[in-house]
Design a protein around this ligand. Structure first.
Ligand SMILES: [Zn+2]
Length: 414
């Protein structure tokens, strides 16, 4: 199979999907359980059927196509990504991986090579968590991690819960647990995704072999001092929350740099209260986002932040809270599957590079329990989650080809 033929189909399908946006001309806005999501699911289901797959939309809104193997009771080989987007996002994030999975199914069917296991292509619902402030909804449901209470709990900015949005969309939230797959029924999981970062494009590399998805910890820190007159309160008699907080904040990036292994730490939000030029701040709130492939590094930076807050707030005479918003441990992807794809890259003379993923993906949720592998394709200038997001169809086609070769290997295992 030539890359040119793959390219034609991948381009045709992704160009067609571009119209399913709530913000035409201003990027892709395809939030879960909306008209645009319904249009995308129906279109993807049609493509799967044309590719010779049995198609179902499950109770969580995932669209699933199955290409039957000769021994369907063996754990399947699953491949997919998400069909939702952020607000004013790009036309490739997530959906390019869904089209890649359908393309792999077409190639498997066309080669007519024997396959024992089922090949399952999935378009996942609501990976981004944009609408309800959550994430990994469809992939989580597939693993049995979602229930009706979860659906009732999270609401969008209009006060509509996942529960009500699902009903409106023609799904029964009371049956969400029907979306769970039996333990052991998924043998391997594969995901193609755009890199969303600048490394591959800058180095002119065609294929990114993702060896790890970084772990993440997120905190909201609140430092309490006392508001006073900025002119009349002597320096040794004030409780300046900005002074204490900034002494901590100023060290956080250096602690990440010190690790020198790709660990990153970000203070992306800082707010002082009352926020007057002539008032000593009584309160400072700031966020911390720490990511690393080494969980010990994340824990160490979080520990140092706590120790510095202890010290600085004691010196100031105030107090603080450090609320945990998110804890995800890093996932190592399957070395064995990466090796198989590395051999494919060499055979086709594709340039490749091993790299970690700094963003979360459906593979982060699924990789916690199932052998998983990810391939990145270059993002032009590293831009993503914005309308200018761009990935070359030719690179995506190369990813589809090497992932087909991996799938063929996996599908014939006993
Ligand atoms: Zn994505």
């Amino acid at each position: 199979m030539q890359v040119e033929e793959i390219l034609g189909r991948v381009a045709r399908d992704l160009e067609h999907l571009k119209q399913f946006t709530a913000t035409p001309g201003e990027g892709c806005t395809r939030l879960p359980f909306t008209k645009e999501a319904r249009q995308a699911v129906d279109f993807l289901g049609g493509l799967m059927r044309e590719a010779g797959m049995e198609v179902v939309e499950d109770a969580a809104g995932n669209i699933i196509g199955t290409l039957k193997g000769t021994n369907p009771e063996l754990p399947c080989v699953m491949m997919g990504s998400h069909y939702d987007s952020v607000i004013n996002g790009g036309d490739y994030d997530g959906i390019a991986g869904v089209i890649c999975a359908i393309e792999v199914a077409r190639l498997l069917k066309e080669t007519g090579a024997p396959m024992k296991r089922n090949f399952v292509a999935v378009g996942f619902c609501d990976e981004e968590g944009m609408r309800f402030g959550t994430g990994y909804f469809g992939s989580g449901a597939m693993l049995g991690n979602r229930d009706p209470d979860y659906c009732r709990k999270f609401k969008d900015t209009d006060g509509i819960s996942i529960y009500d949005a699902m009903k409106e969309h023609g799904l029964d939230p009371e049956k969400i647990q029907d979306a769970a797959w039996k333990k052991g029924s998924i043998g391997y999981f594969l995901e193609a995704h755009i890199e969303q970062g600048p490394v591959l494009d800058a180095e002119n590399i065609e294929i990114g072999l993702v060896d790890c998805i970084v772990g993440i910890q997120r905190y909201m820190v609140t430092v309490h001092g006392r508001s006073d007159h900025a002119g009349t309160t002597p320096m040794d008699m004030r409780m300046d929350a900005t002074d204490a907080a900034s002494k901590v904040i100023s060290k956080i990036a250096d602690w990440a740099r010190e690790k020198a292994d790709g660990t990153v730490a970000t203070v992306g939000y800082v707010k002082t209260t009352p926020g007057g030029m002539n008032i000593v701040a009584e309160k400072v709130e700031f966020t911390v986002d720490i990511r690393s492939k080494n969980n010990d590094n994340i824990n160490d930076i979080a520990r140092r932040i706590r120790a510095a807050l202890d010290r600085e707030t004691a010196a100031m005479g105030g107090s603080y809270e450090m609320d945990t918003k998110l804890v995800i441990t890093p996932v190592n992807l399957s070395e064995e599957m990466l090796k198989i794809m590395e051999e494919s890259c060499k055979a086709h003379a594709y340039s490749y590079k091993y790299l970690p993923s700094g963003a979360g993906h459906d593979s982060l949720e699924i990789g916690q329990v199932i052998p998983t592998v990810m391939v990145f394709v270059p993002s032009k200038d590293g831009r993503s989650h914005c309308p200018v997001e761009f990935t070359k169809y030719s690179d995506l086609s190369k990813a589809a080809l090497i992932m087909t070769e991996l799938a063929q290997n996996l599908l014939n295992r006993d």
